[in-house]
Design a protein around this ligand. Structure first.
Ligand SMILES: *[C@@H]1O[C@H](CO)[C@@H](O)[C@H](O)[C@H]1NC(C)=O
Ligand SMILES: *[C@@H]1O[C@H](CO)[C@@H](O)[C@H](O)[C@H]1NC(C)=O
Ligand SMILES: *[C@@H]1O[C@H](CO)[C@@H](O)[C@H](O)[C@H]1NC(C)=O
Ligand SMILES: *[C@@H]1O[C@H](CO)[C@@H](O)[C@H](O)[C@H]1NC(C)=O
Ligand SMILES: *[C@@H]1O[C@H](CO)[C@@H](O)[C@H](O)[C@H]1NC(C)=O
Ligand SMILES: *[C@@H]1O[C@H](CO)[C@@H](O)[C@H](O)[C@H]1NC(C)=O
Ligand SMILES: *[C@@H]1O[C@H](CO)[C@@H](O)[C@H](O)[C@H]1NC(C)=O
Ligand SMILES: [Cu+2]
Length: 373
């Protein structure tokens, strides 16, 4: 009897590694599924929940947002310079997507989990993606002089945040580019999965799989600040989170604790504290970008994809500007210096409680409880 129990324990431990006993808290993870596998009803319930967020009034008191949906966008704007091109890129976006999922479930009666976009299926072919279906999906490409989306459930939504750090009313715009979307190809994912260190794997993931999703949809999705104004953002970042988890899962005993990298990189803005921009930070402090916005993009090359990928000198998605320049290092709570550690505080402006990177390393731990299927 006792021996049986011990054997059982050993077998169980072998099948599902135990990490400091943390996994006890997550006994029934919710299932994050690929969009193309959802039933029509599941798709509708997700879209309806997103529309619900777009109808609920803002309550965090941030400048700009009218709705709860806008507040998510604003949180990303506030943190953008310190969550891209840095060690916290993957952990921050993991928790940010979690915050979005939580809001759908607790404020909009959504019973499902955050779905994700299985992007390699649509590599080089975003314009034909099932996600863009006007009836069951997110609507299609932008049209007209402002590239506003013209069909689907979000065609009439007016963003109140963006572009960049500005606060303006504007449509959700897209300008699909199937040259850039070729970067979503599985071979680029496979290349990242082969890498064995966090720093290189993160750089790889933030590179091609990440950028090609943004750049393939284009329009607002290409805005490093305000991209979450397009609901496709969450589908894309859930997918990216899945890739990180897939990478972590290859060696959980070490990769549940592996994080490093600079705390400020590409988008350094002097004067920020605690992982967000100072209130009232002037536009125009991002090197290379006019008045706090991206450097200009384009023109987009024509072609079928082979013209885009690979591009000599790196994939020109989000700009990779030289590392910091001037000013003191930004102090992030939980990090002793300018290197990202497990103690680094992730701040989503009270949308859900602050946590540390350590708290989000495991998607089936004390804080997070989901799985990708
Ligand atoms: C693009 O997607 C459409 C619709 O799924 C499909 O018919 C077509 O074969 C795809 N084209 C390529 C090049 O994958
Ligand atoms: C940035 O510029 C926009 C447009 O001029 C302005 O509305 C916004 O308040 C500025 N943001 C900051 C933080 O100064
Ligand atoms: C997991 O990573 C550790 C530390 O790098 C290494 O010693 C170990 O061999 C790895 N295990 C596997 C199965 O790759
Ligand atoms: C941290 O700061 C020191 C100087 O203050 C600098 O030499 C080092 O490169 C920085 N490390 C990172 C990862 O940014
Ligand atoms: C940047 O701001 C300055 C001062 O407000 C203005 O003169 C200039 O036109 C702006 N440049 C761009 C590209 O918006
Ligand atoms: C794609 O474009 C490149 C360069 O324009 C050309 O050499 C290649 O044959 C094209 N491939 C396909 C499949 O059309
Ligand atoms: C979240 O963390 C930041 C930075 O550590 C801190 O300034 C802020 O007060 C915290 N907010 C909440 C709601 O705990
Ligand atoms: Cu982001």
């Amino acid at each position: 009897m006792r021996l049986t129990w011990i054997l059982f324990a050993i077998i169980t431990a072998d099948a599902a590694p135990v990490h400091n006993g943390e996994r006890a808290a997550c006994t029934s993870p919710i299932q994050r599924k690929a969009w193309h596998t959802l039933t029509r009803e599941e798709k509708k319930s997700y879209i309806d929940a997103e529309k619900c967020l777009m109808s609920l009034p803002a309550k965090l008191g941030l400048a700009g947002p009218r709705t709860r949906f806008d507040e998510f966008q604003k949180i990303h704007v506030l943190h953008a310079p310190l969550i891209h091109g840095v060690g916290a890129f993957l952990p921050y976006h993991r928790y940010y997507v979690q915050a979005h999922e939580t809001a759908l479930r607790t404020e909009c009666s959504y019973a499902g989990a955050q779905p994700y976009w299985d992007e390699p299926r649509d590599a080089g072919n975003f314009s034909k993606s099932i996600l863009l279906d006007p009836e069951t999906g997110f609507g299609g490409d932008g049209v007209g002089p402002n590239n506003c989306i013209a069909d689907g459930p979000f065609k009439d939504y007016m963003n109140s945040v963006g572009p960049g750090e500005s606060i303006t009313d504007h449509c959700i715009d897209r300008q699909i580019n199937d040259c850039w979307s070729e970067g979503a190809a599985q071979k680029n994912v496979d290349a990242c999965m082969k890498i064995t260190t966090f720093e290189s794997a993160w750089n790889c993931l933030e590179g091609m799989p990440h950028r090609s999703g943004h750049r393939g949809i284009n329009g607002q999705m290409m805005d490093v600040f305000s991209s979450p104004g397009d609901p496709l953002f969450y589908m894309h970042h859930a997918y990216l989170d899945k890739l990180w988890w897939q990478w972590q899962s290859k060696n959980l005993s070490s990769r549940l604790n592996e994080v490093t990298g600079p705390n400020q990189g590409t988008f350094f803005i002097p004067g920020g504290v605690n992982g967000r921009l100072p209130i009232g930070s002037p536009n125009g402090t991002i090197p290379g970008g006019p008045n706090g916005t991206f450097p200009p993009f384009g023109p987009f090359p024509p072609g079928n994809g082979s013209d885009c990928n690979p591009v000599p000198g790196g994939f020109p998605g989000f700009p990779r500007l030289p590392p910091p320049q001037n000013g003191p290092w930004i102090k992030i709570d939980g990090d002793p210096a300018n290197i990202t550690t497990l103690g680094h505080v992730i701040n989503v402006e009270g949308m859900i409680p602050n946590v540390t990177i350590k708290d989000v390393m495991d998607i089936q731990g004390d804080v997070l409880c989901y799985e990708y299927v």
